[in-house]
Design a protein around this ligand. Structure first.
Ligand SMILES: O=C(O)[C@H](O)COP(=O)(O)O
Length: 262
């Protein structure tokens, strides 16, 4: 099956070593796990089979996003396209939970608090300490940013406030110009974007989990609103429903599956 035209492609990075270890990750910066690398390749293979060619790539400042984008684009073999990195696409800042084992945290607090920290719209986790924040933001990648945009913890509402401008000021204009921007984001930065694009209620977004490395595609309708195609939110709905996606998934590409072949 090939999909005509382009659109906005969103994909969560492949599994990181912290995801594999069930550790709160947020703005910490672990690499992809071997499974995450395989998932990124699989996502690239799917886009290639569907004939979808990103015209620009948008990542967070975190290497699991940057590496997933690089692997995926290498599989696509579409040559060089502009690549943009933005703190606005970073994962939700998990505050004092960053680096902590999720099961250990779950054992310390009641289930409602644990769920609120992970999935609620308005409640953020407890903030990271001042020294831990200072150490995190000493990293050169954050050097050009004002202290006012560097969080110590974020709710999903906070994440929405920083991701929606990236949609309206960067992604939407690219779509209107006929481009196919690819965003490689994170579980919660993508929940926030999907909430905005689909007009989800707070109750609906609190139920939403975004799987690793399953591409989503949105088009603009004649009124300029983001809509999904007939396949729904995910280009691989079966893969999206699997608790953990494991390769090989799709068969190897043949020479006929060259970038842009119809
Ligand atoms: O930052 C993290 O720990 C993950 O990217 C998302 O974790 P969550 O599913 O607990 O929000």
């Amino acid at each position: 099956m090939l999909i005509d035209g382009g659109g906005l492609l969103l994909v969560r990075h492949g599994q990181s070593v912290s995801n594999a270890a069930d550790v709160f990750t947020g703005w910490s910066d672990p690499p992809l796990s071997p499974l995450g690398v395989a998932q990124a390749r699989q996502a690239g293979t799917l886009l290639r089979r569907l004939g979808l060619r990103p015209t620009s790539v948008h990542t967070s400042l975190l290497r699991r996003s940057i590496a997933t984008a690089a692997i995926l684009m290498a599989v696509l073999g579409c040559g060089q396209v502009p690549v943009y990195r933005s703190w606005r696409l970073n994962e939700r800042h998990y505050g004092a939970l960053t680096g902590r084992d999720k099961r250990a945290v779950a054992a310390e607090v009641d289930a409602a608090t644990f769920r609120a920290w992970r999935r609620s719209y308005a409640t953020g986790p407890p903030p990271i300490s001042e020294p831990a924040a200072a150490a995190m933001y000493a990293d050169p990648r954050y050097a050009g940013l004002s202290a006012t945009v560097l969080p110590r913890a974020e709710s999903l509402a906070d994440v929405r406030a920083r991701t929606v401008p990236y949609w309206s000021e960067v992604l939407r204009p690219l779509l209107l110009a006929g481009g196919t921007p690819l965003v490689v984001g994170h579980g919660n930065s993508l929940r926030a974007l999907v909430m905005h694009l689909e007009g989800l209620s707070v109750a609906a977004v609190e139920q939403l989990d975004i799987p690793t490395a399953v591409p989503m595609l949105y088009h603009l309708d004649p009124r300029g609103r983001a809509v999904t195609g007939p396949q729904g939110r995910y280009l691989d709905p079966v893969g999206a429903a699997e608790p953990i996606r494991v390769g090989p998934g799709l068969p190897a590409l043949s020479a006929a599956d060259r970038c842009g072949a119809r």
